[in-house]
Ligand binder design. Sequence first.
Ligand code: 13P
Length: 250
Amino acid sequence: MRRPIVAGNWKMHGTRDSVAKLIKGLRDLALPSGVEVAVFPPSLYINQVIEGVGKVIAVGAQNSAIEPEQGALTGEIAPSQLADAGCKLVLVGHSERRQIIGESEAVLIRKFAAAQACGLTPVLCIGETLEEREAQKTLEIVGRQLDSIIDALGIEVFANAVIAYEPVWAIGTGLTATPQQAQDVHEAIRKQLAAKNAEVAQNTRLLYGGSVKAANAAELFGMPDIDGGLIGGASLNADEFGAICRAAGN
Ligand code: 13P
């Protein structure tokens, strides 16, 4: 049985004040015991969040360096430093970093490997644009993004990784993939893993992300290959986030 995960990606949101309020809201939540809950605050607030809720909620980073250990790399944070701070996870390949920052597959491969080398669990984000979906290229694009990591690092790395399918057209738009659309892609991802290693495929958690809210979470999480969610906007509201976590527990 795969244990569901609900993770909140706060993106570039927050101030010391608003983060303190969100921490308080998270502390007050009644979280379901069978669900792993994680949040990804901006790096600046990671210590504050770990001190505030780190005992019940795993904390991850939204980004980390291509090199595992500290060194001369201005502006970056080494995965070993994140691990030292108490982080457990790190996002790799979020579409905002692929598209807006311009991170290449070569960079993502290095970030993924460096994170794992420091004991962090990478959450690999993959997904197609609207243009690619309309051109019927969804499975090709997602398949290629996944293969890029498998080809470079081997299938075994997914024994300690999570995959998040986030269709770019559903991120922050209010347009959610239908449960069936999401399930179709998740099923294809699991088949792709299974072609290399059945056990890894069976155990890897596949999260859906893209305009998940309390109102649509239960339906999405009810699909057989959807093992939880990566939540953007709705994770900035503790009550809404708590309701999404409970939907994953049912
Ligand atoms: P939204 O939930 O705001 O659509 O964002 C999804 C996302 O990008 C999570 O990483």
